[in-house]
Design a protein. Structure first.
Length: 343
C-alpha cells in the first residue's frame, strides 16, 4: 500500500508542473447569431451606398477626381439607368464621358468594372458601349468583344464601333457636335487629366466666328462652362493658366477672358457678351443666318441658365458641375416662350 501511494505521489510531482506551465486553450465557442449578424452589418456598412437622386450623382462625379473610387462605378451606372440619364443623347454626354474616363484611368480592372455594370436594360447599354469606345483603352475593341453576348439588342451599334466608321472621343469634332463638350467634361471629372480640357479649350476659336451662328454658339457654350467650372475649382483654374502658356495664339484672347472671369467671378459679363455676339450675328449676318436659327435658341437658353444644374434646379448648386446637358437640345425649347419659338 505504501508503495502505491509513493508511486502516485511521484506521478503528481511530474504532472502538476506540466499543467502549470501549459498555455491556456483558445476558446473555440461557435459564433452565435448575434455575432454573425453584427459581422453582416459591418460588411453592409462597408458596401458603397446607392445614389438617391441625380444631383447627388452629379456632385459625386464633380468631386471624383479628388477622391477616386472606381469600385463604385457600377452603382453610378445603375443610378444613371434608374434615373433615365443616358437615354437622351443630348443629355447623356457628361455621364458617358465620366464612365469612359474611369475605365481609361483603370485599365487593369476595366473589364471587371464593366462586368459589375450588368444587368442593364437594353436602352441603357449604350452607356457601356460608348464608354468603352471613348475610354482610350489600348485594346478597347478586344474589351468590347468580350461583352457582345451580354448586349444582343445592341449588336448593330457595337458592330458600327468595331467594324464601321463610328468615331472615338478624340476623333469627334466639337465644331460638328456640341455634345462633345460634355463628353470631355465627363472624362475630365473622372481623371483630372489635361487632355480633355485642352479639347474643350480648342473650341474657343469658334467664339471668333462671324459667319455661322452654330459655331459661335458652340464656342460660347464651351467658354461659359470653362469659366463656371474654373471659378469653383482651383485645380482647373491652375490648369487653364498652364494651357494658356502654349495655346494657339488664336485663342489667347477668349482663354484670357475665361481665366479672368473665373478669378474675378465676373461671369455675367461673359454671358452678356456671348448673347450680344449671337444676336449681332443673327441681325447682321446673311439671310440664312438671320432666320431665327435653332442653334441660337439653344445657345441663348444655355447661356441664360448658366448650366444644366440651373435648368434642373432653378439655381446653380455648390458642388454640381456646369455642363450643357439638355440645354443644347430639345430640353432648351421648353424654356422658350411661344413668341420666341415662332420667330
Amino acid at each position: 500500500m505504501y508503495r502505491v501511494i509513493a508511486v502516485l505521489g511521484l506521478a503528481l510531482l511530474v504532472v502538476l508542473p506540466a499543467f502549470a506551465s501549459a498555455r491556456p486553450v483558445k476558446d473555440f465557442t461557435l459564433v452565435g447569431p448575434g455575432k454573425s449578424s453584427a459581422s453582416a452589418k459591418r460588411a453592409k456598412d462597408k458596401a458603397p451606398k446607392s445614389f438617391q437622386n441625380s444631383q447627388e450623382l452629379l456632385k459625386w462625379i464633380n468631386d471624383y477626381r479628388k477622391n477616386p473610387d472606381p469600385e463604385r462605378l457600377s452603382q453610378a451606372v445603375k443610378a444613371m439607368s434608374d434615373f433615365g440619364l443616358a437615354r437622351e443623347a443630348d443629355q447623356s454626354g457628361v455621364y458617358i464621358g465620366f464612365v469612359a474616363g474611369v475605365l481609361g484611368a483603370n485599365p487593369q480592372i476595366a473589364e471587371n468594372l464593366i462586368t459589375k455594370m450588368f444587368p442593364l436594360p437594353p436602352e441603357d447599354q449604350v452607356i457601356v458601349i460608348k464608354a468603352i469606345a471613348y475610354s482610350g483603352l489600348p485594346h478597347w475593341r478586344d474589351t468590347m468583344m468580350k461583352f457582345v453576348e451580354r448586349m444582343p439588342a445592341r449588336r448593330v451599334l457595337i458592330e458600327k464601333y468595331l467594324y464601321g466608321n463610328k468615331p472615338t472621343l478624340t476623333e469627334i469634332s466639337i465644331k460638328d457636335d456640341s455634345g462633345v463638350i460634355d463628353l470631355n467634361w465627363g472624362y475630365y471629372f473622372a481623371t483630372g487629366w489635361e487632355a480633355p480640357v485642352r479639347r474643350i479649350v480648342s473650341s474657343l476659336e469658334l467664339t471668333l466666328d462671324k459667319d455661322k451662328v452654330d459655331y459661335l454658339t458652340t464656342g460660347s457654350m464651351a467658354k461659359w462652362t470653362l469659366a463656371q467650372n474654373a471659378a469653383r475649382n482651383d485645380d482647373l483654374l491652375t490648369m487653364l493658366k498652364k494651357i494658356s502658356n502654349d495655346a494657339d495664339p488664336k485663342i489667347h484672347k477668349p482663354l484670357a477672358e475665361v481665366i479672368d472671369g473665373a478669378e474675378t467671378l465676373e461671369l455675367s459679363k461673359l454671358r452678356k457678351d456671348a448673347l450680344a455676339s449671337i444676336d449681332e450675328l443673327k441681325a447682321k449676318g446673311p439671310e440664312s443666318v438671320r432666320n431665327y436659327n435653332w442653334w441660337g435658341q439653344a445657345g441663348q437658353t444655355v447661356l441664360a441658365l448658366g448650366c444644366v444644374a440651373a435648368g434642373a434646379l432653378g439655381q446653380v448648386e455648390v458642388g454640381i458641375p456646369c455642363v450643357i446637358g439638355g440645354a443644347a437640345s430639345t430640353a432648351a425649347l421648353k424654356y422658350l416662350s411661344p413668341a420666341q419659338t415662332s420667330q
